[in-house]
Write a protein that binds this ligand. Structure first.
Ligand code: SF4
Length: 312
């Protein structure tokens, strides 16, 4: 068996920043550190931090006053910030700057009285946070059919935004339909789908044709990982989205010549390496990394943590 190891893969700059923020907060303030929602959507990362004293909550009511809470990479709505302040929580904001960019665009369009069509997945943490910036101005669409159901006349100012982790191809189709139905609609100055999502999808698109099957490391609730699995399936390749080798079945890989391995933006390299070892042990696999694009993106830590680092 030959393994093609896709690059870039795994942790993006936003996830790196959020994970480092939680590490530092645990070291500096000591456990427990509360985290509003999962720090990133990955079981391995969440469980590792739980063992170190992070407590993941779905409501700020669960957090005792005066505790430290970290907002995850997916961002939060202004209402959550307000509640955190009311409860006198020491809030550290590890929102990815590329998510913040979408929030700021939503605020700007809403101030200018636009109706904003947000392309995204209902219930995703990022979408909840973005919609919370201007709930009265934002309408969520997930599909081309949702676009067809919209009814606006030319005197409605219209703008669109997208979640950062969508399928590039699906988003393109939805935007094309929006432009066809509402030619006066305007969009963000610069693409909202983030560089990491685009690069990981590009790698699968370019490399999966050499492979008989594709393994995507990532959790089921990771949007960008799900999009990688779907993309491989669009190329008629069997594709497995798994948290690690324990979720794989040996029988699925018998008699296969080449496997492409990639990882979503929230999946740590450790689970990739464990999966490579699993395939090497069973199929005597050799590994060849193929890099389709260089990634050199870095996001600074939240200000309060930068100050702690500088003082130490
Ligand atoms: S996937 Fe993109 S938007 Fe999400 S944390 Fe990573 S860089 Fe930021």
């Amino acid at each position: 068996m030959k393994i093609i190891l896709a690059a870039p893969r795994g942790f993006c700059a936003g996830v790196n920043m959020a994970v480092q923020s939680l590490e530092l907060a645990l070291q500096h303030y000591g456990p427990p550190i509360y985290v509003y929602h999962e720090i990133v959507h990955n079981q391995h990362v969440v469980q590792t931090f739980e063992a170190k004293g992070a407590v993941f909550v779905n409501s700020l009511e669960e957090i005792p006053s005066d505790s430290t809470v970290l907002f995850s990479a997916h961002g939060v709505s202004p209402e959550i910030r307000r509640v955190a302040q009311d409860r006198r929580l020491n809030a550290i904001d590890a929102t990815c700057p590329l998510v913040t960019k979408v929030h700021l665009e939503a605020i700007k369009f809403a101030k200018e009285h636009y109706t904003i069509v947000l392309i995204g997945h209902e219930g995703h943490d990022e979408v909840i946070g973005t919609m919370g910036e201007a709930p009265e101005a934002i309408v969520l669409v997930e599909t081309v059919e949702d676009v067809d159901a919209l009814q606006y006349s030319v005197d409605t100012k219209l703008a669109y935004l997208t979640q950062t982790t969508l399928s590039v191809d699906d988003a393109y189709r939805i935007i094309q339909r929006l432009r066809k139905r509402f030619p006066w609609i305007i969009g963000p100055q610069k693409e909202d789908i983030c560089y990491a999502t685009q690069n990981r999808q590009e790698a699968v698109r370019l490399l999966c044709q050499q492979a008989d099957a594709v393994i995507v490391l990532g959790s089921q609730n990771s949007s960008n990982s799900q999009r990688l699995r779907e993309l491989a399936q669009e190329f008629d390749r069997p594709a497995y989205l798994v948290d690690g080798p324990d979720d794989l079945k040996e029988a699925d890989f018998q008699n296969l010549g080449t496997i492409l391995i990639t990882a979503g933006a929230s999946a740590p390299e450790l689970v990739v390496q464990n999966t490579l070892q699993w395939l090497k042990d069973r199929f005597n696999a050799t590994v060849e990394e193929q890099e389709v694009r260089k990634e050199e993106v870095y996001f600074p830590l939240p200000k309060v943590l930068r100050q702690i680092v500088m003082k130490s």
